[in-house]
Design a protein. Structure first.
Length: 244
């Protein structure tokens, strides 16, 4: 039999989850995961809770650098995966990143964005070609990127405009990418720590195996999206005149 305190906790958990789920029937992927595929469903979800909006980071952080590798051949699979070089994030995570940018400016750095929201379709491609869930997400569960709650990023020096040194390259699948890897230059280790401190301060969490990957708190209660960035731009213009 549940005690009163346990009932309260369970009720809070239930309300958090159901607050994110309007009475909508979502299509199920071939891996058994419900996903938001159509813009009509996306509109309904955002209207029910504006926090579900996927925001174009260029609209709110125009002074960051955008090096979207998946829109080029310079990536893990060696081919173009995104038709556009866009970086979107769910609204709370996007606002937190804007604060990180402002905080880092005081230290002489700016953010470099490699990837944010990732359509579920791409997670399936990664999994089926790589199948190592240390570095790619399991499509049975979906990626935090698919929820707009994970960001891949680095920093640049405001004075020189150059990307700072880190212990490994972006998307490198070796131990050099791990947060506990220490056999790097003092400068690289310091830069990794500066980025880590700035991200943790606003509610992001590390992914132990990739220094560039951070997850925003509360990702577990968010939808998995499978809508391309170009469609998101169009529907957001109809839903919101201007992102704040």
């Amino acid at each position: 039999m549940l005690k009163i305190g346990q009932v309260v906790v369970l009720s809070l958990i239930s309300s958090l989850v159901w607050a994110q789920i309007p009475d909508l029937k979502l299509p199920i992927s071939k891996y058994g995961l419900p996903v938001v595929k159509g813009v009509r469903t996306y509109k309904a979800i955002v209207k029910s809770d504006p926090e579900n909006q996927l925001i174009d980071l260029r609209d709110i952080i125009p002074d960051a650098k955008y090096d979207v590798r998946y829109s080029t051949t310079n990536n893990l699979l060696g081919r173009v995966l995104y038709p556009t070089a866009d970086v979107f994030m769910r609204k709370p995570a996007a606002m937190a990143l804007r604060q990180v940018q402002e905080n880092l400016k005081q230290l002489g750095y700016g953010l470099v964005f490699h990837d944010g929201y990732r359509p579920y379709e791409i997670t399936v491609v990664f999994y089926e070609e790589i199948k190592d869930t240390t570095y790619v997400a399991d499509p049975h569960k979906g990626s935090r990127h698919n929820r707009g709650m994970a960001i891949d990023l680095s920093m640049y020096d405001l004075k020189s405009g150059e990307i700072v040194e880190m212990p490994s390259g972006y998307d490198e699948t070796t131990v050099r990418s791990h947060h506990d890897y220490m056999d790097a230059s003092p400068e690289a280790l310091q830069n990794r720590q500066i980025l880590k401190d700035a991200m943790l301060d606003v509610g992001f969490e590390i992914y132990p195996y990739e220094w560039w990957h951070y997850d925003y708190k509360g990702w577990e209660q968010c939808y998995t999206y499978d809508i391309w960035h170009k469609k998101l731009k169009k529907v957001n213009k109809k839903l919101f005149r201007k992102s704040k």
